[in-house]
Design a binder for this molecule. Structure first.
Ligand code: FES
Ligand code: FES
Length: 156
């Protein structure tokens, strides 16, 4: 069964027809070519597929594309401003907040939501916010550092 889908992704309106069983992650990656949204576990555990749906973080592996009808979605590709890294991306880079980078888009989207809702998070609040994202490489210290640094940059 196919369904009509109208969704705004990174500011661009898309109207299309999708398989009713297609996940949002597969739609973003396969139909829109937004492969920055990564698929790790594909069952809601690792957080690497996290995107923002109407500003709220969501696991795109657990959501059907059809459920995104009428929403505004932001993916990792939507964070840069005029082709330049935004404060969070710059801070993560400066803090070596990633190694292989597989988990990074998910952490970035989770952190984007956190910093919007809480622009001055404590370290404990950062750790709580990212507790649903798994990284196999960094030991988390550099990711926490990067997000804390991003909070500083936003206010400079
Ligand atoms: Fe979606 Fe792991 S791929 S939570
Ligand atoms: Fe490799 Fe996080 S940097 S999984």
């Amino acid at each position: 069964m196919t369904v009509e889908l109208t969704v705004t992704v990174n500011g661009e309106l898309n109207s299309t027809v999708v398989d009713g069983r297609k996940t949002l992650a597969d739609f973003l990656r396969q139909e829109l070519g937004l492969t920055g949204t990564h698929l790790g576990c594909e069952h809601g555990v690792c957080g690497s597929c996290t995107v923002l749906v109407d500003g709220a973080s969501a696991r795109s592996c657990l959501m059907l594309a059809a459920q995104a009808n009428g929403t505004e979605i932001t993916t990792i590709e939507g964070l840069a401003v005029d082709g330049e890294l935004n404060d969070l991306q710059q801070a993560m880079r400066d803090s070596h907040g990633f190694q292989c980078g597989f988990c990074t888009p998910g952490f970035m989207m989770t952190a984007t939501e956190l910093l919007r809702e809480n622009p001055h998070p404590s370290e404990a609040e950062v750790r709580e916010a990212i507790s649903g994202n798994i990284c196999r490489c960094t030991g988390y210290q550099s990711i926490v550092k990067g997000i804390m640094r991003a909070a500083e940059l936003i206010h400079e």
